[in-house]
Design a protein around this ligand. Structure first.
Ligand code: ADP
Length: 315
């Protein structure tokens, strides 16, 4: 069986339709609809305020929706809070740990809230500490930890009951690269073991690195959804990468509809790659640019985002 048939045969575990939510006068979610197959690593990509956290909080029962439905295995989630908490692990954006307790004691506390006790709890605590790379810090107070280590303990806490669906809300915001790498490796490993992932972020690179499906969220609704490759194919636009010494502004070209900085060069998005390339070569020789790199690049998620929302995620 090919990978594609395995994926299409996977069971739909979550069906979310027309979720709505307002806080006072602010409409946070207008219409959130998506479904999720078992084993997917699903990215929620959107700028701050898009409604990612609110959606996740509704799925975990922390926030109540004003309307719409969220079904886990065909059953309304609000009617099955016990099944939801057994099945789902949630890593909120806010770190929720007892600073004066050790990593181990924090995990013991969270484990007990799931009804895990005794030797079984002890085994699981050492297991999640190992998986998050913090075994050696088990007995140290959490207040001595870096932001990234605290985040990893938060993730460890969400894994104690061995959830089948792990929901992570922007877990890499404000943390060190070492912790970020640990988190990425762990998410990949869990996903390989069959854990379904919902991962929210406003970083496109993270979706590209971790997710096989993506929902693009903006202003309280899902604007586009699908496998990453399909979205790139459908909405992505070709671009040219240009790096030339001292080029502090992107060159003007009537066929470039969007330009953004990447590394030391410029990504120039265009439907007319050949024409723009010709003109750039002309300009480069006329104006004696010291060209370091000039090449056609694959459509990026940035261009998909721009196309479906009308705004650039980086702006
Ligand atoms: P994201 O996670 O994509 O940044 P959120 O779901 O946190 O988005 O927020 C969506 C919108 O709802 C934002 O405009 C935000 O200011 C608003 N919002 C979120 N939580 C609250 C709250 N507790 N009270 C009032 N407004 C809120």
């Amino acid at each position: 069986m090919t990978q594609a048939t395995i994926q299409s045969a996977a069971e739909t575990i979550l069906e979310v339709s027309n979720l709505r939510k307002s806080y006072a006068k602010k409409q946070a979610l207008q219409d959130v609809t998506f479904s999720l197959k078992a084993g997917t690593s699903f990215g929620f990509l959107g700028p701050n305020g898009a409604g990612k956290s609110t959606t996740m909080k509704i799925l975990t029962g922390i926030v109540k929706a004003d309307g719409g439905s969220a079904r886990l295995f065909g059953r309304e989630m609000t009617e099955n809070p016990d099944a939801v908490s057994r099945y789902i692990g949630y890593v909120p954006q806010e770190i929720t740990l007892y600073e004066k307790l050790s990593a181990y004691d924090n995990l013991e506390f969270f484990g007990q809230t799931y009804g895990i006790r005794g030797n079984e709890l002890k085994r699981r605590i050492y297991d999640v500490l190992e998986r998050t790379g913090l075994s050696e810090r088990a007995k140290q107070e959490v207040q001595t930890f870096s932001g990234g280590m605290k985040r990893r303990i938060n993730i460890a806490a969400a894994l104690l009951h061995r959830p089948k669906l792990l929901i992570l809300d922007e877990p890499t915001v404000g943390i060190d690269p070492q912790s970020r790498n640990h988190i990425f490796d762990l998410i990949r490993e869990l996903n390989r073991e069959g854990v379904t992932i919902i991962y929210s972020t406003h970083y496109m690179e993270e979706v590209e690195a971790l997710c096989d499906e993506v929902a693009i969220m903006d202003q309280g609704s899902v604007k586009a959804i699908g496998p990453l490759g399909e979205l790139l194919e459908r909405y992505g636009r070709k671009a040219i990468y240009l790096e030339a010494a001292g080029l502090s502004e992107p060159p003007h070209d009537p066929d470039v509809f969007h330009a953004h900085k990447e590394g030391s060069g410029w990504v120039l998005e265009t439907e007319r790659v050949g024409t723009v390339m010709q003109r750039l070569l002309g300009q480069a020789s006329q104006q004696r640019w010291d060209v370091k790199q000039l090449e056609v690049v694959r459509p990026s998620l940035e261009s998909v985002f721009l196309r479906v929302t009308g705004t650039a995620l980086r702006d």
